[in-house]
Design a protein around this ligand. Structure first.
Ligand code: C2O
Ligand code: CU
Ligand code: CU
Length: 493
């Protein structure tokens, strides 16, 4: 079980490790040779049409090793797409891969008809047109494949991109917003590379139980990059796009930094932290002060989130922490923002008495039948682990929950033997409690994914239409868990 104490201990260890690394013999281990790739920005505010082509490409994740990759209108990953509140954006998505896929807009509060969940299948060679009505506040969202049973492999192959919703708030607050200069998208993932430099995806039963981690961390598709930043405040838009790894981010000089936004938008005020946990599917926007001009390394602690209190970690090096990337300050770069606002936005108070009903979701990561049956022989394919919610593995044909539009519900999520990042489509919710206590300040804003170590209570508003033929999903965002059945679906009428 991931406890707070354990997280703190993990951070202390990782921070020491980094300090040693920059001064000691391990300095050569991470050389930060590749510049941080900045995805192309598509500004849909002007032209409301965006075309994305899912296709294969060639990409070097590591220096000098170009290999087969997949991306959306890019060799790997995809563009960052900027959309504005109040507009409808016409997306045209073409599938030029050889597998059926879907494109889900994670974090957008839009009708299920265009949500891109597992029911929106896009066969190879076909095109999907979706008109997305953008009505939510400013935030960082993302898009990725969501075909049932194949999401993990497709995301791992490189398919993922970022979406920025803008409504003028960041500009009014004076937050850094020069894309690629003092406003950087950071898509955090991990890969296991073969000798040729190509990512290997071959999860065994234990990898499915614990989630598939690689032993190499990548940022925007490359291993150990460096970024030049101005000597000012810089905004990092952090997205955990990994299949399973929980990042525990901290800087090598232990500087504090400020969290200004979570999944669904800005917090009430910046929250100072020295380290930050970010689970698969989550986003945070943080402000880092580089005005002292010092070079610094961003690192992550070990990730011991495995079933049976971490016992199933074994000696996997893929769960170790390490360097993520390096920042070098360039005093010639124009950094406009020197100070940070004290207040950000007004968040409505969370009122649990406003819940129309209460439901409980138990995330079953150790299906006892399978374990006691002497193996894992009850998965969909007849082999491999299966997972479930409230004892029922995902079924495309079954509606698990019927919610009423215009109401709020109190959902209680319970994890069994490890922590699970629980995500809900078509909404942004608020956390009422985590393990019986009120959430820390940086978890008090809008969220669509919550890391449930033991239990979480959340207040979920239902505003978007979802017919029974095309329901919304709720699931664990450890993609291996999602693919083997830790997912359910809800209609909303
Ligand atoms: Cu990011 Cu249902 O997914
Ligand atoms: Cu989603
Ligand atoms: Cu899970």
């Amino acid at each position: 079980m991931l406890t707070r104490r354990r997280f703190l201990a993990a951070t202390a260890i990782s921070t020491c490790a980094v300090i040693t690394r920059s001064g000691g013999h391990a300095a050569a281990a991470t050389s930060f040779e590749l510049p941080l790739p900045i995805p192309r920005l598509i500004d849909a505010k002007a032209d409301r049409n965006v075309s994305l082509v899912a296709a294969r490409g060639t990409h070097a994740y590591r220096l000098g090793q170009p290999v087969l990759s997949f991306g959306y209108s890019a060799p790997v990953l995809g563009p960052v797409v900027r959309v504005a509140r109040g507009q409808s954006v016409e997306f045209t998505v073409e599938n030029r891969t050889d597998a059926p896929t879907t494109v889900h807009w994670h974090g957008l509060v839009i009708p299920s008809e265009v949500d891109g969940g597992p029911h929106n299948v896009l066969a190879p060679g076909t095109t999907w047109k979706a008109s997305l009505p953008i009505e939510q506040s400013e935030t960082t969202a993302w898009f990725h494949p969501h075909p049932h049973g194949d999401t993990a492999r497709q995301v791992y192959s490189g398919l993922a991109g970022m979406l920025l919703v803008e409504d003028g708030t960041g500009e009014r607050l004076g937050l850094p917003r020069s894309y690629g200069i003092d406003d950087l998208p950071l898509i955090l993932q991990d890969r296991y590379f073969g000798r040729d430099g190509a990512p290997v995806y071959a999860p065994g039963p234990m990898d499915i139980m614990g989630g598939y981690r690689g032993d190499t961390i990548i940022v925007n598709g490359v291993s150990a990059p460096f970024a030049r930043v101005p000597a000012s405040l810089v905004r990092l838009r952090l997205l955990n796009g990994a299949n399973a790894r929980i990042f525990d981010l901290a800087f090598s000089d232990r500087r504090s930094f400020h969290v200004v936004a979570s999944d669904g938008g800005y917090l009430a005020a910046p929250v100072a932290v020295q380290h930050l946990l970010i689970a698969p599917g989550e986003r945070y926007e943080v402000l880092i002060d580089f005005s002292n001009g010092a070079e610094v390394i961003l690192a992550t602690g070990p990730d011991d989130n495995f079933p049976m209190m971490g016992m199933m970690r074994g000696n996997r090096s893929s769960a170790d922490g390490g360097s993520v990337m390096k920042f070098t300050v360039d005093r010639d770069m124009p950094g406009a923002v020197k100070s940070m606002p004290q207040q950000l936005v007004d968040l409505p108070p969370v009122d649990r008495s406003g819940a129309a009903r209460r439901r409980q979701f138990v995330l079953n990561d150790m299906m006892m039948g399978g374990m006691m049956g002497g193996g894992f022989g009850f998965g969909r394919s007849g082999s491999g682990p299966a997972m479930a919610i409230n004892g029922r593995p995902f079924d495309m044909e079954r509606i698990d929950v019927e919610a009423k539009r215009g109401t709020n519900e109190l959902w209680e999520i319970v994890s069994q033997s490890m922590a699970h990042p629980f995500h809900i489509h078509g909404t942004q919710f608020r956390i009422l409690s985590l393990n019986g206590r009120s959430p820390p300040p940086h978890l008090q804003g809008w969220k669509d994914t919550v890391l449930v170590t033991r239990e979480a209570q959340i207040l979920v508003p239902f505003t978007q239409m979802a017919g029974r033929d095309k329901p919304f999903m709720y699931h664990c965002h450890i993609l291996e868990h999602e693919d083997v059945g830790m997912m359910g679906q809800f209609a909303c009428t």
